[in-house]
Write a protein that binds this ligand. Sequence first.
Ligand code: TYD
Length: 138
Amino acid sequence: MSPLDQVRIIQLPRVQDPRGNLTFVEGEQHVPFDIKRVYYLYDVPGGETRGGHAHRDLEQVLIAASGSFEVVLDDGRARRTFLLNRPYHGLYLPRLIWRELENFSSGSVCLVLASLRYDEADYYRDYDEFIRDIGCQP
Ligand code: TYD
């Protein structure tokens, strides 16, 4: 299976309550890895793009904890765009996927659950190098 075929939306648990709703995530239970790191993107100015890289080993789940944004994915064979706009949807990204995050709504928050601690050596930041390494033509 190519990396893009493994991408999927995970329906996270929702505890609905008139006082406000709650969603929780447990590593190896709701996401297919042990969660080693959490980070979030916020205060993204209108029109800005984040991402622009792929990972050698890292797996992630992206959640629009607030607002919405689009995730453009490319595994060198195909491209697909996902709109995230529900705090109970997690977008699972396996390793070796180039991603761009764009069209952030005002006040949106992108919460990221990651399978590994931060390691700059795990990044592909050059698209042509990524494509070369995975054996596709740039
Ligand atoms: P980066 O992953 O490039 O952000 P984006 O997802 O928008 O591409 O990270 C931006 C900067 O933040 C970079 O200098 C590395 C630093 N950073 C950490 O120090 N720890 C982390 O866990 C992350 C995700 C980034």
